[in-house]
Design a protein. Sequence first.
Length: 110
Amino acid sequence: MTSKMQTDLPAQSAMLKAYADKIKAQVHEAKAKLDLFEAAAQKKKAQAEIAAIGGVKTAKEQLERKLQDLNATHGPHVARAKADIDADVVRLKATIDALATKFKSHSMTK
């Protein structure tokens, strides 16, 4: 290994850790919102919403697995893995926002 590569590894590792920490914080925020929606849906016995939340939880778990796999990803594959994770985060947030809108509209009509 060259000295350039040796010095790049700690920097890349630090960048991956910072990235992972940022994504973990976003996933934690998403989980908190999902827990609130699930509690409200269970209180109302809203089976469709509970099922939808279950699907979102599965997507969140897949995102967490991809984030764990990122640590084992090397070289040129890191950028692709991060792009996939970023896209999953955007989809997760959009789905949670849609659930929030749905819950707000249901609570206003009842």
